[in-house]
Design a protein around this ligand. Structure first.
Ligand code: C2O
Ligand code: CU
Ligand code: CU
Length: 509
């Protein structure tokens, strides 16, 4: 049985044979390019999105949509295309590097790339108004201003983001800097990126997206197979040393409550916007879509032969007392509803090696914001997120490409206090309340206040660009709107909610 959604990826493969020119390294057109004569990049890359096939299971390969990259100029190790995975290349940059990236769209669909978490000019941010059609190229130029950290990139064409990311389009964008170097954190083979995503496959190994249409859109796509770096049943063989695990929740809508299977607390060293001031110990960490954490994982206490798992623990996905009852049974093809417990990946300790590194007591300097640091501390902006009549709404408004409301206008260089509220629980009637991971483009912010049930699983101590709000929860954040004027997005990062319009512009002038 082939449903329409699967068919889109399959049809794409056919069209690709005509369109795909094997990832031309140079731009085909200058359309939408902002290439300036006075911009001298340290690193120049090409990134081509196109249909492709990967061997995920034995037998028939899986048709996916994939980014492939190439270094045109600069350090050849700054880009690595992963092996047998649908994920895009890992891009490695350093703070203050100037990068130029030619994005070639060889998909049978419009697209544009967004650099999630990076502080870049509005025109370089991948706003859906800059989408390019099949066969075109968009050239990005920006300086990496972010501190060292684990950032990522993915498509952002309005109404199509969920479909395209699910098809495979996403990759990591890692930034390093001098301060991080001084810490001598585990590097090279000891520095392991882990992208966690859920997918559903049919009996022919093909991806299934939103099999129940609108019902799945409302909750967000929940797959029943957990993939790490594009592979189900992911296994990591380690030696008795300390590792740096960079974890991205790259799922469309699934939330993970991460913990070690033997009850050892997680040692968190970084969040969305890089290193914390000091390591934080957590029994578990709740990670919403698009959020990142980095762990210091020291396996030196385990004897060779030990197996252990990174698991996602049970949590109550819906508020009690909603008219339709909890989300259970409504999602994940009934097979893996949100909040179900499962194993994320398996770790085998296979080799004895002497650990020489110690966990640094101090990781970085973070100037902590207080609510009173904001220019509008006595009058915070309030944004309320909820679904109604199949629309994703923020303060009652849905996404319009160019629209900016009065309460979405911000003065350049101001520091602001925003109150973000998940008001789904109060909408009661005929709706299940849903989590909303709220994301701001172009900024890292700090969470200065928070209410909610999963409180002890949130890591709010560092820089964030996405904050998970379970039904009824609210958070106050402080952000500084410096450097770049222009129009940026803020939205729910449940990608199906985003595609249903739970996204708006804010305008910095
Ligand atoms: Cu990953 Cu508009 O975001
Ligand atoms: Cu973003
Ligand atoms: Cu949402």
């Amino acid at each position: 049985m082939i449903n329409r959604r699967q068919f889109l990826y399959l049809a794409g493969a056919g069209a690709a044979n005509l369109l795909n020119m094997n990832g031309l390294p140079f731009p085909k057109t200058g359309i939408a390019s902002s290439q300036k004569d006075d911009f001298f990049p340290d690193l120049e890359l090409s990134l081509t999105a196109r249909p492709s096939e990967v061997q995920i299971f034995p037998g028939q390969p899986t048709t996916v949509w994939q980014y492939k990259g190439q270094v045109i100029k600069g350090d050849p190790t700054s880009l690595m295309n992963p092996d047998q995975s649908y994920l895009g290349p890992i891009i490695r940059t350093r703070k203050n590097q100037k990068v130029r990236i030619h994005f070639n769209n060889d998909l049978p669909d419009r697209s544009i790339v967004h650099w999630h978490g990076l502080h870049v000019p509005a025109k370089m941010d991948g706003h859906p108004m800059y989408v390019i059609p099949t066969g075109d190229t968009f050239t990005y130029e920006f300086e990496v201003l972010n501190r060292a950290g684990t950032y990522w990139y993915h498509p952002h064409p309005h109404g199509r983001t969920g479909h395209q990311v699910y098809g495979g389009l996403a990759g990591l964008f890692l930034v390093s800097d001098d301060q991080e170097d001084e810490l001598n954190l585990p590097d090279e083979k000891l520095d392991i990126p882990l992208v966690i995503q859920d997918r559903s496959f049919n009996s022919n190994n093909q991806l299934i997206y939103l099999p129940r249409g609108m019902r799945d859109s409302m909750t967000g796509m929940l797959g029943d197979t957990i993939c790490v770096n594009g592979k189900p049943d992911f296994k990591l063989s380690v030696s008795t040393r300390a590792y740096r695990l960079r974890i991205l929740n790259g799922s469309n809508s699934r939330i993970y409550k991460l913990a070690w299977s033997d009850g050892t607390p997680l040692t968190v060293i970084a969040t969305d916007g890089g290193l914390l001031e000091k390591p934080v110990q957590k029994k578990y960490v709740v990670l919403g879509p698009a959020e990142r954490i980095e762990l210091w994982a020291d396996f030196s206490k385990y004897p060779v032969g030990t197996s252990l798992e990174l698991v996602s623990k049970y949590f109550e996905a819906a508020m009690q007392g909603s008219v339709m009852g909890p989300r259970r049974g409504m999602t994940g093809g009934d097979r893996l509803p949100d909040g179900s417990p499962f194993s994320v990946l398996k770790i085998d300790v296979v080799k004895k090696e002497n650990e020489t590194r110690l966990l640094p007591k101090k990781l970085s300097a973070i100037e902590r914001y207080q609510p009173h640091d904001a220019d509008n501390s006595d009058n915070p902006r309030r944004f309320s997120f909820f679904m109604r009549h199949m629309n994703g709404l923020i303060n009652g408004r849905t996404f319009r490409m160019q629209e900016v409301a009065d309460d979405e206008r911000i003065r350049l260089n101001s520091t602001e206090l925003w109150e973000l509220a998940n008001d789904d629980s109060s909408m009661g009637m005929m709706m299940m309340p849903m989590p909303h991971p709220v994301h701001l483009h172009g900024k890292q912010f700090q969470v200065v206040e928070r209410s909610g049930a999963l409180h002890s699983g949130y890591v709010d101590e560092g820089w964030k660009d996405t904050v998970l709000l379970m039904p009824g929860e609210r958070a106050k954040i402080v952000a500084n709107f410096s450097d770049y004027p222009g129009m940026f997005l803020y939205h729910c990062h449940n990608l199906e909610h985003e595609d249903m319009g739970m996204m708006r512009n804010y305008l910095v002038t």
